[in-house]
Design a binder for this molecule. Structure first.
Ligand code: AHM
Ligand code: MG
Length: 327
């Protein structure tokens, strides 16, 4: 019999959060509803007038696509109605969106509504990424949101690819669900996902290689000399999803243009790091575990090295050696 994401989440809630009284599952089902709305819109891109730029830039100074705006509104709308939510923090909003409730919500949801959106116009996979945190007692605003990744209660992503796949962890393994279009439900298709301990590809924007720190260039040279192949889509969710299934490593190093890397700690690196670790992989920023970093700002960026245990460990070894000058 089919297991839907709703059934699975309810089961996990009973096992893991017996006191949650439906709050947590209601929150995750708000997220699945939003992503179904987003995927329906994406499937119609090219038919309706929804491709292209919305004519404005977001807080990161990036051009917002019409679908960025729609996806952000869909998540705000679907989660804003859930009682358990206190704050919503989006890549597209400069400040947290506070859900004003007298009784106060218990959870904070941090998300990238449409990752890789510059790929939409050319029909390449894009995604949604989210991270769920507990609201510290009585905490408000930005201070409530600035928590290290190890405090995440759950995290997940959706990849809008040749099929639509929802992957999440609530700290007890990683589960993947495929949207069954006939019944409109996400159905369990990947139980207890494990990342291979080693792979044979690396994934990085190699056009920036001249401005990577030395340790990254040494590392990539070593992988190449051992016959690794290269795969890079330019949509983090899609590149990560492949790495989760096939193994290997994804990197976004510091570059001349982006000295702290390009990817955002709270709603890109942390949720994917949680999933990677739950699947037996690792995620570091160079010298630090991603989920140990104490964030200082909501839209903070971090270098990211994420993937199979073996490849991430090898990078760490080279990076540490370079930093200390020891062989
Ligand atoms: P976005 O969240 O604004 O779409 O930007 C993040 C995207 C990631 O999906 C992807 O890994 C990265 O940007 C690609 O960057 P680059 O074009 O520099 O390789
Ligand atoms: Mg993104």
């Amino acid at each position: 019999m089919l297991v839907t994401v709703q059934q699975h989440i309810l089961q996990q809630q009973e096992d893991q959060f017996p006191a949650a009284r439906g709050n947590f599952s209601s929150l995750l089902s708000g997220m699945t509803l939003a992503t179904k709305m987003i995927q329906a819109k994406i499937r119609r891109a090219g038919l309706a007038d929804i491709l292209g730029s919305a004519g404005v830039t977001n807080v990161q100074g990036e051009t917002q696509q019409k679908l960025d705006v729609y996806a952000n509104q869909a998540v705000l709308h679907c989660l804003g109605a859930r009682e358990s939510v206190a704050f919503l923090v989006s890549e597209e909003n400069e400040q947290p969106v506070t859900i004003d409730r007298s009784e106060g919500g218990k959870y904070i949801v941090v998300f990238d509504p449409l990752d890789g959106s510059s790929n939409i116009d050319v029909n390449v996979s894009v995604g949604t990424i989210f991270s769920i945190l507990r609201r510290p007692d009585g905490a408000h605003g930005v201070a409530a949101v600035l928590q290290p990744g190890w405090k995440q209660v759950a995290a997940g992503y959706v990849v809008y690819g040749s099929s639509t796949i929802f992957v999440y962890t609530a700290g007890k393994g990683v589960y993947g669900f495929t949207l069954e279009p006939e019944i409109g439900a996400f159905v369990l298709s990947f139980a207890d996902m494990k990342m291979p301990a080693q792979g044979n590809t690396y994934s990085v924007n190699e056009a920036n290689a001249d401005s990577f720190p030395e340790s990254y260039r040494t590392y990539l040279g070593r992988l190449r000399s051992r016959g690794y192949g290269s795969r890079y889509i330019g949509s983090l969710v899609a590149d990560f999803h492949r790495t989760l299934l096939k193994g290997g490593v994804f990197l976004y190093p510091p570059t001349k243009k982006n000295p702290h890397g390009k990817l955002r700690l709270l709603y890109e690196a942390n949720p994917l790091a949680f999933i990677a670790e739950q699947a037996g992989g690792q995620a570091i920023s160079g010298d630090a575990r991603i989920m140990d970093i104490e964030p200082k700002a909501i839209h903070e960026r971090t270098p990211l090295i994420i993937g199979s245990r073996s490849e991430v460990a090898e990078f760490h070894q080279i990076d540490t050696r370079d930093a200390t000058g020891r062989i």
